[in-house]
Write a protein that binds this ligand. Structure first.
Ligand code: PLP
Length: 367
C-alpha cells in the first residue's frame, strides 16, 4: 500500500494533529550544550530535585512477583489513597500518571463536536486530550493576573459544553483558583475537573467537596511532591458514579505493581517527603526574590513549585537558549501567548545560584 493509502485510513482530524511538546531529556540537552557543567540542571518539568523516598528502592529490590499482573481493581492502592486523601476508596481511581486520567476523563465525556472550556495559558495536556477525542476546545483566557475569568467561563457555556478544565494552582502561571470560584462553576452543573497536581505545595484542595457535588472531579499525582515522575502514577477523586465509569473504561493493568509499591512506601515516608516539599517551597520563594532583582524580568507569585516569569525586553528565547548552552533546562514555548515568558522549576539552592549567575552572564554577553 502507498504512503498516501495509509494516510487516507487515518482519522482525518489526526493527520495534521500537532501533539504535545514534552520536556527535554537530560541526554538531549547534554548533547548540544556549549559549556558543559557538572551534569544537566533540569528546571523545566517541575520535578522533585531531591528524588523519591529511599524506602521505594528498598521495597522494590525485595519484591518477587513482577511476573504477575497487578490488581486491575487497584484495591490495596485505593485503600492507601483513601487514608491519604480522607475520602473513601469508592471515590478513587489511579492511573498511569495524571496525564492518563486527563485522557480517560475526556474520553468519558467528550465526543466529536462536543465543547470543553479551557482557560489559557494553562496545561497543554487539556487541549491535547480534547483534540484527540475530536472535541472542540473553547478558550476563555485568564485575566491579567492569570486568575480564571469566572463570568466569562459561565458565558461560554453552551448546550454542547461537556467539561471545564481548571488547573489549581495553574501550570504554567502558578496561580490559585479560589474555592468560591470553583463553587460558582460547579453550580452551573457542568462537570469540572480541578487538576491539583501541585496540591502538596499549595495546601489548597477541594477534595472533600466530591462527596457533595456530582459534577466535581479532582486530579492528583505522585510525580511532583513524591519524586515519582518516571513511575507514572496519578489518581482521580470522583463522585462514586463517575469513578465506576472510569474503572470501566481504563486499561486493566494501567498502574504497574512497581508503581503501587512506590505509592505504599512514599505514604509510609510521608513526613520525610513533606519536609522536602517545605524546602522546595522555600526555594521557590527565594527564586522569586532573586528573579525580581533582575530589572528586565517580572516573576509572578506562585502557589506551586515553579515560577512563571515575563521577559520584558523580548529576549525570552535567547535566555532559554543561553541557559540550554550551559546545560540548564527551563520551559519555553514559542507560541503567541507564551513567547515572552519562561517557566522555571524550583530546584536545590545551588541550582538557583547557578541559574541566576548564568542569566547574568547571558545578559553581559548581550550588552
Ligand atoms: C497541571 C498538571 N497536571 C498534570 C500533570 C501531569 O502529571 P503526571 O506526571 O501525573 O502525568 C502536570 C505535569 O506537569 C501538570 O502540570
Amino acid at each position: 500500500m502507498s504512503k498516501e493509502g495509509i494516510v487516507k485510513l487515518i482519522r482525518p482530524e489526526l493527520v495534521k494533529f500537532t501533539g504535545y511538546v514534552a520536556s527535554k531529556s537530560p541526554e538531549e540537552v547534554a548533547a548540544t550544550a556549549r559549556f558543559p557543567i557538572n551534569g544537566v540542571i533540569k528546571l523545566d518539568a517541575n520535578e522533585n530535585p531531591y528524588g523519591c523516598s529511599p524506602k521505594v528502592m528498598e521495597a522494590l529490590s525485595k519484591y518477587d512477583s513482577f511476573s504477575v499482573y497487578p490488581d486491575s481493581g487497584q484495591r490495596e492502592l485505593r485503600k492507601l489513597l483513601q487514608g491519604y486523601t480522607g475520602v473513601s476508596a469508592e471515590h478513587i481511581v489511579a492511573s498511569g500518571g495524571s496525564d492518563q486520567m486527563i485522557g480517560l476523563i475526556t474520553q468519558l465525556f467528550v465526543g466529536p463536536g462536543d465543547e470543553v472550556i479551557n482557560c489559557p495559558p494553562t496545561f497543554d495536556m487539556f487541549r491535547f486530550a480534547v483534540e484527540l477525542c475530536n472535541g472542540r476546545v473553547v478558550e476563555v483566557p485568564r485575566d491579567e493576573n492569570y486568575y480564571v475569568d469566572v463570568a466569562a467561563v459561565k458565558k461560554a457555556i453552551t448546550k454542547k459544553t461537556k467539561l471545564i478544565f481548571l488547573a489549581n494552582p495553574n501550570n504554567p502561571t502558578g496561580t490559585p483558583t479560589p474555592q468560591t470560584d470553583i463553587l460558582e462553576l460547579l453550580d452551573t452543573g457542568v462537570p469540572v475537573l480541578a487538576d491539583e497536581a501541585y496540591v502538596e505545595f499549595s495546601g489548597e484542595t477541594v477534595t472533600p467537596l466530591v462527596k457533595e457535588y456530582k459534577n466535581l472531579m479532582v486530579l492528583r499525582t505522585f510525580s511532583k511532591w513524591a519524586g515519582l515522575a518516571s513511575f507514572r502514577i496519578g489518581y482521580g477523586i470522583f463522585p462514586p458514579e463517575i469513578a465506576n465509569y472510569i474503572l470501566n473504561i481504563k486499561m486493566p493493568y494501567s498502574v504497574s505493581a512497581a508503581s503501587q509499591i512506590a505509592v505504599r512506601e512514599s505514604l509510609k515516608d510521608r513526613d520525610f517527603l513533606m519536609e522536602r516539599v517545605k524546602k522546595i517551597v522555600a526555594e521557590k520563594d527565594r527564586l522569586f526574590e532573586e528573579l525580581k532583582k533582575i530589572e528586565w524580568l517580572e516573576p509572578f507569585p506562585s502557589k506551586a513549585n515553579f515560577i512563571f516569569c515575563q521577559v520584558l525586553n523580548g529576549t525570552a528565547k535567547q535566555i532559554y537558549e543561553g541557559l540550554m548552552d550551559r546545560s540548564i533546562i527551563i520551559r519555553y514555548a514559542e507560541t503567541n501567548l507564551l513567547k515572552d515568558f519562561i517557566r522555571i522549576s524550583a530546584g536545590k539552592p545551588e541550582h538557583t545560584d547557578i541559574l541566576i549567575k548564568a542569566i547574568r552572564e547571558i545578559e553581559a554577553e548581550r550588552a
